[in-house]
Design a protein around this ligand. Sequence first.
Ligand SMILES: CC(C)(COP(=O)(O)OP(=O)(O)OC[C@H]1O[C@@H](n2cnc3c(N)ncnc32)[C@H](O)[C@@H]1OP(=O)(O)O)[C@@H](O)C(=O)NCCC(=O)NCCS
Length: 185
Amino acid sequence: MSIALAQCWISDLEGVSWFVRPATCAEEDQQFLTLMCYLSAFPMRHCRMSGCDAELVARLPQIAPWRSGWGRPGDIALLAVDTMTRRRLGAIWCRLFSSPDDFVPGFYASDIPIIALAVEVHARRRGIGQSLLSTLKQIASQRGYSALSLSVSTNSPARRLYERNSFIAQDIQSHPDPTSMSVTL
Ligand SMILES: CC(C)(COP(=O)(O)OP(=O)(O)OC[C@H]1O[C@@H](n2cnc3c(N)ncnc32)[C@H](O)[C@@H]1OP(=O)(O)O)[C@@H](O)C(=O)NCCC(=O)NCCS
């Protein structure tokens, strides 16, 4: 697994501080990533899950393309962690797909990683999503990727976050999925 990223971002706002670190292959990190995948795929659902549930969730058709064989070349995952409690607060991850996947919208090209992002409900609107996104963009650029893509529904408030970070919707004629956005690095 390619996790040797010497990348760390520490922020502090309204008394909450966190840092961003690479996800490791430890079970707790991997289970948290599965939970975040679920929140990202189903943004309106709020869930807590045990390790057993995480295994079931990882098999859902919307989640499995992200989670199966995690650690292959191109996979990057970062976690935001509370500085005081060490609780994981959010995650961002990206993966290369060789072709469009019915359950992973946002595909542009096989050399453009698709990203997804989620933050625990209680930790939102503090800047954690922004710090994860900025750090991932930086790392992806250092790794030589020319762009990142994602899918976010057209009425999602999360879209504002992406627009602020220079993601633009693809030309509708060449790429007729209005939920797809990309950013040049
Ligand atoms: C999208 C998400 C990761 C943002 O994380 P976050 O830590 O709250 O993000 P930040 O605090 O850095 O930035 C907040 C910005 O996100 C946007 N945003 C995201 N969700 C929002 C919501 N429910 N209401 C209002 N703004 C929202 C806004 O642009 C907001 O900026 P603003 O407060 O200046 O308007 C988080 O809301 C989340 O996990 N949502 C559910 C999963 C999801 O939708 N993932 C994206 C799918 S691609």
